[in-house]
Design a protein around this ligand. Structure first.
Ligand code: FES
Length: 321
């Protein structure tokens, strides 16, 4: 982790049955770097004696509070132990190394915003709502969850402007009619959404299928279903600029796996192209981006790539490793 910040857990609170909130402060009491709505930080979790686990969580507190950062962590029972460690082991007072904020879900305040949050996907949306309200924008939040008890931060959001918030808990309200909500949007609207894959896929499909849609869609994915096809393609060579070493990436393996096979360690987390931990600078060659992190503009620039899923169009890639 570059430029690691040494923090301490100031507060650990239960936000719902499956979500805990952490408030972090710098160990030296200094101010945190500034961050923008949509930003996340990477936690370095010493889950075992081996390699640490890296996990990403959106900053969801007040931007103006420069001495405290807040995150919310959903317990993922089928995960690899990162969230369970935070829930069961990490305590108030514990030291925690985190990265400076990164933002792959930028909020560009404009005229109208329609926020759609699914479950824990509310976390990056909270500061966006606050920013939209502070800027006097015309905004609305659609907050979806399975159970009413899963609505975290609802009180804080309602204090911003409860009349602009629609909540829908599917266990009591049934299926939400997403199409009807989207049909009502005009061309001045930007839709910001974070939530489960099914919700984001539905939004993307709707936008692609309706030829006359003029509103913008900005998504943040925090998980995707494993797709073995994502790792396949033609074989190519990766040359590591710093060591001069070259590694052939087979047609059915990722760059990350090929490097591991050769004993070269690169920091990674999700391994499905959603978190950004393995983002690597491209020195030369043309990547074939298969991640869910980079924006279309960033993809065109080809300055970095996610080596857990992305491959190469060119026969060789030179990476800053
Ligand atoms: S490890 Fe998460 S994007 Fe590559």
């Amino acid at each position: 982790m570059q430029q690691t910040l040494q923090t301490r857990v100031l507060k650990k609170t239960r936000l719902s049955e499956r979500v805990v909130g952490l408030t972090l402060g710098l160990q030296n009491g200094a101010e945190f770097p500034v961050w923008e709505p949509g930003a996340h930080i990477e936690l370095e979790l010493a889950v075992s004696k081996g390699e640490p686990l890296y996990r990403h969580y959106s900053l969801c507190g007040q931007q103006a509070n420069s001495r405290e950062w807040q995150i919310a962590v959903l317990r993922e029972d089928s995960g690899r132990g990162g969230s369970a460690y935070i829930h069961d082991v990490l305590q108030e007072g514990d030291a925690l190394a985190v990265s400076p904020p990164k933002n792959h879900f930028p909020f560009a305040a404009d005229k109208k915003c329609f926020f759609i949050a699914g479950g824990i996907g509310i976390t990056p949306i909270v500061p966006m709502v606050q920013a939209a309200a502070a800027a006097g924008l015309d905004w609305h939040l659609l907050y979806l969850a399975r159970n009413a008890a899963d609505f975290i931060f609802l009180q804080e959001l309602q204090q911003v402007d409860g009349a602009r918030i629609t909540t829908h808990a599917s266990n009591q309200d049934g299926l939400f009619d997403l199409e009807a909500a989207l049909k009502a949007l005009d061309e001045h609207t930007t839709v910001y959404s974070c939530g489960p894959q099914a919700l984001l896929n539905a939004l993307e499909s709707y936008q692609q299928e309706q030829a006359d849609i003029a509103w913008q869609l900005v998504l943040e994915r925090f998980s995707v279903q494993a797709d073995p096809g994502l790792l396949q393609g033609k074989s190519f060579t990766v040359t590591l600029q710093k060591s001069g070493k070259s590694v052939v990436v087979a047609s059915d393996e990722s760059i990350l796996a090929a490097l591991k096979r050769e004993g070269i360690r690169v920091k990674c987390s999700c391994q499905n192209g959603t978190c950004g931990t393995c983002e690597t600078v491209v020195i030369s060659g043309q990547p074939e981006h298969r991640d869910f992190v980079l924006s279309p503009q960033e993809r065109q620039l080809n300055e970095t790539m996610m080596i857990c899923v992305s491959r190469a169009v060119s026969a060789e890639l030179v990476l800053d490793l």
